[in-house]
Design a protein around this ligand. Structure first.
Ligand SMILES: [Zn+2]
Length: 251
């Protein structure tokens, strides 16, 4: 799970340390894709991954719909012969640092898979039924209208997920929901609760390899468990504020 990539000399979409932590540098990303090739893995979209055709596949996803999807990620992926799924926040199109509708069409034209990351990036677990429909069904329809293709996969903003969210995504016509639960997916995985692993800036390449082979996942899950507990105790927005204070001054 990637987000915005950092290009030298270009400011990130958001200055908060909690956000920057997710912004992998362009050169780190290039190195990671080269490493996937060396390990014998193929980077694929979510739809391709669901074929479970070969073990040596890693699904690559990008959340939010930043313009670095097209400027930084897509060229590296094309060069490697990889595909990926880009989950777009429909209501953010055209905002500073985000893809425009034209750029989204170009990304889709390059045969990358387009998924949906909600309408406004609201945390879905906080919403009533009507707002939930807007963030799933309406966002899906507006993205489909722009690219002229079905949008079949959904990822949860902020990783906020529960059974209601899964149900709303199913009713909106999505085939899958990607969460932020640290899991390797297999044929037996619930398609409306796909696991993912966030790639953070500054991740050592050895740790990246451990994520791709799934060997590092139990350890990552253990530290994620502590984070999830803090989220529940503090509530979503307070958790974000506390995290930003704690991360300030760190890379
Ligand atoms: Zn997001």
């Amino acid at each position: 799970m990637y987000h915005e990539l950092e290009i030298p000399g270009r400011p990130l979409c958001h200055p908060e340390p909690g956000y920057a932590r997710y912004a992998v540098r362009e050169n780190e990303f290039r190195e990671q894709m080269q490493h996937l090739k060396i390990l014998g893995y193929q980077g694929v979209s979510v739809s391709q991954a669901l074929e479970f055709a070969a073990r040596s596949r890693v699904a690559l996803t990008f959340d939010d719909g930043c313009e670095t999807d097209l400027f930084a990620a897509a060229p590296v992926l094309r060069q490697a012969g990889f595909n990926a799924t880009f989950y777009i926040t429909a209501g953010w199109l055209g905002q500073p640092g985000q893809l425009s509708a034209e750029q989204l069409i170009e990304l889709s034209r390059q045969r990358f898979e387009i998924g949906c990351h909600g309408q406004s990036h609201a945390y879905l677990t906080d919403l009533d039924d009507r707002a939930l429909r807007r963030e799933t069904g309406d966002a899906k329809a507006s993205l489909e209208q722009i690219i002229g293709k079905p949008v079949e996969h959904f990822s949860c903003p902020g990783g906020r997920y529960n059974d209601r969210v899964a149900k709303a995504a199913r009713e909106a016509g999505f085939r899958t929901v990607a969460t932020s639960h640290i899991e390797a997916n297999s044929r037996g995985t619930d398609l409306f609760a796909l696991g993912r692993v966030a790639i953070f800036r500054g991740l050592p390449i050895k740790s990246f390899a451990g994520i791709c082979t799934a060997e590092a996942l139990p350890r990552l899950r253990a530290s994620g468990g502590i984070r999830d507990a803090a989220k529940q105790i503090l509530g979503s927005s307070l958790y974000d504020r506390v995290r930003n204070v704690l991360l300030r001054g760190r890379d």
